[in-house]
Design a protein around this ligand. Structure first.
Ligand SMILES: Nc1ncnc2c1ncn2[C@@H]1O[C@H](COP(=O)(O)OP(=O)(O)OP(=O)(O)O)[C@@H](O)[C@H]1O
Ligand SMILES: O=C(O)C1=C[C@@H](O)[C@@H](O)[C@H](O)C1
Ligand SMILES: [Mg+2]
Length: 216
């Protein structure tokens, strides 16, 4: 049976060291894949944890550092799709259209949920992936919803430019997309980390604290 307990809300860690330079544009899968990363169930290997959340919440950046701390590989489904398509995900999305993009993304998510390490999902993947993430959690997996406020997220994704009269407001688009997806993020999450006022290093600590058996 799928159990979906209420997500814990992790409060920010009290003291942190200065953050390292956040990683940008991670490869689809970063080494190493050894060490404690091979969470395995009777159904086979699965990631130690999965990160979901809106653009700019830090899934790729914090995910790479969490994977490094755990000594395991990071799989980033956006990077997998970009590598396979030999172009950026934004470009792929426009070239093939959303329906085909989601098919490719669903396949990448299914594969990644059967591999060890840390998994960062594309922001839009969660709506299609809810049932597979439910099974992953029922098998003991950890899904962390990295949340971010509009005010903190917009500058991170470079969408804080003034409103364009012809194209409309990126802020309004970001806001309505985030609101539409929030229930999906919340429903799949075993823990929530609000990253709005946290450094990347604090986010990493909060994510590590959400792992079962953590003393954080
Ligand atoms: N806690 C943080 N504080 C400040 N900046 C951050 C934080 N987390 C991430 N960033 C910065 O925000 C930008 C976006 O981060 P990142 O690409 O990791 O987000 P994402 O959740 O993977 O987004 P997307 O859904 O678009 O892939 C990067 O420039 C990153 O350095
Ligand atoms: O928000 C979205 O729908 C998307 C976000 C990116 O992470 C990519 O997964 C893709 O560009 C779609
Ligand atoms: Mg990302």
């Amino acid at each position: 049976m799928t159990s979906t307990p209420e997500p814990e809300r992790a409060s920010g860690p009290a003291a942190t060291t200065a953050p390292g330079e956040p990683a940008r544009g991670p490869a689809a899968t970063t080494a190493p894949a050894s060490g404690p990363g091979a969470a395995t169930t009777s159904a086979g290997p699965q990631p130690l944890l999965v990160l979901v959340g809106p653009p700019g919440s830090g899934k790729s950046t914090a995910g790479a550092l969490v994977a490094e701390r755990l000594g395991v590989a990071l799989t980033d489904t956006d990077a997998v799709l970009a590598e396979r398509a030999r172009r950026g995900v934004g470009e792929l999305f426009i070239d093939v259209g959303e329906e085909r993009f989601r098919e490719l993304e669903d396949a990448a998510v299914t594969e990644a949920l059967a591999a060890p390490g840390v998994l960062a999902l594309g922001s839009g993947a969660v709506e299609h992936a809810a049932s597979s993430l439910g099974r992953y959690r029922a098998d003991g997996g950890t899904v962390v919803f990295l949340d971010v406020s509009l005010a903190a997220g917009m500058p991170r994704v470079g969408l804080n430019a003034p409103r364009s009269v012809t194209l409309g407001s990126p802020r309004a688009l970001f806001s309505s997309m985030a609101a539409q997806r929030r229930p999906a993020y919340e429903s799949v999450a075993s823990a929530v980390v609000d990253t709005s006022d946290l450094t990347v290093e604090q986010v990493v600590e909060a994510v590590l604290a959400a792992l079962p058996g953590s003393r954080g």
